[in-house]
Design a protein around this ligand. Sequence first.
Ligand SMILES: Nc1ncnc2c1ncn2[C@@H]1O[C@H](COP(=O)(O)OP(=O)(O)OP(=O)(O)O)[C@@H](O)[C@H]1O
Ligand SMILES: [Mg+2]
Length: 354
Amino acid sequence: MYLSFLKASNFRCFANIELEFDQKYNLIYGENGSGKTSVLEAISYLGRGRSFRTNNVSDIVKWKTDDLLVYGKIISANSESSLGIMNGKSGLESSVNGDHTKGIAGLAHSLPFQIIDPNTHNLIGGGPEARRQYLDWILFHVEPEYIDIWRKYKKTLKQRNVLLKSHKNKTEIQNWDQGLAHLGEKISLMRDEIFILLEPVLMEFANELLDTNISLHINRGWSRDLALLDSLSNNFNQDIQYKSTQLGPHRADIKVSLEMGAAKRHISRGQQKLLACALINASIELVQSYIDKPILLLLDDPKAELDNNSTIKLIKQVCSLNSQVVATSIEPDESLFGSGTKMFHVEQINKKIS
Ligand SMILES: Nc1ncnc2c1ncn2[C@@H]1O[C@H](COP(=O)(O)OP(=O)(O)OP(=O)(O)O)[C@@H](O)[C@H]1O
Ligand SMILES: [Mg+2]
């Protein structure tokens, strides 16, 4: 499976661009502000219904226009599918092969992708939410039940938190605990199971990029010694105090440690980026082995924060995944993926089509 064609209209700086991608390596180059990241953003918008740079639609709709449109064609071994997404004043609309009912999950299943960009180090150095989303992305693709359970959990959690905020009586709040705990335990079990498979791949990939051994630990968001239902009950007074549910898989985290201690605190930003790349590449490797189709990797300015040797190691690992890659760079740098790379000069695209 690969993204063969992309059309974006009124997206960021582009009035209209059309790109035909190679099924392996694509490099978008051009000077600062020419629109390289915007191309990757348009792809991510098509695959997830949201940008990786902003949650605000008005940021990505081209200035002085109303609606953006992104359209893509995906080619698989024996089929071709088309994806579309529109957003702006008229609201969000998506389609998978003309079917408007599949929503964002339909897009995400049709165009599975990961992204490595200059902010990727935050996966290690930033807060736990990005690490939970990382695990959730894997589970979304490998465990068909996961999204439904996760959505129900979020909904139940929201209801319980509304009651905690509105000072309802204890019984009324605790009426939600059984359901919440049941869903929470399921989420956590699935995360634990996938983590067992992910861990060895991740350790190998981290070792390749950083020449050091790492250890991983998943904190599930409440004590390993207690059932979630008991933890909720024991922690009730704190939940009342904070007006929100303090324990559960929505508070989970992955702790990544090196010999000297927690990666988050003890390594440089470049090393954090490398470690984060190992996490992302490991997730691609694992998901690809489950869904038996390549995952698209968007690689925005791969050299950012990395020395030459680290860049070479990263690209070597990326190439070993056998994924389709759409990368960006200031220069038309053939040394990254070799002479077979399909090159796109972003200024030229702009001039020719918009
Ligand atoms: N909503 C918008 N409408 C029109 N233009 C926009 C919009 N949002 C951003 N831009 C412009 O789009 C241009 C492209 O930005 P982008 O971040 O894609 O560039 P880039 O090539 O990745 O640059 P860099 O090399 O600095 O990373 C910028 O000049 C920016 O001002
Ligand atoms: Mg950029």
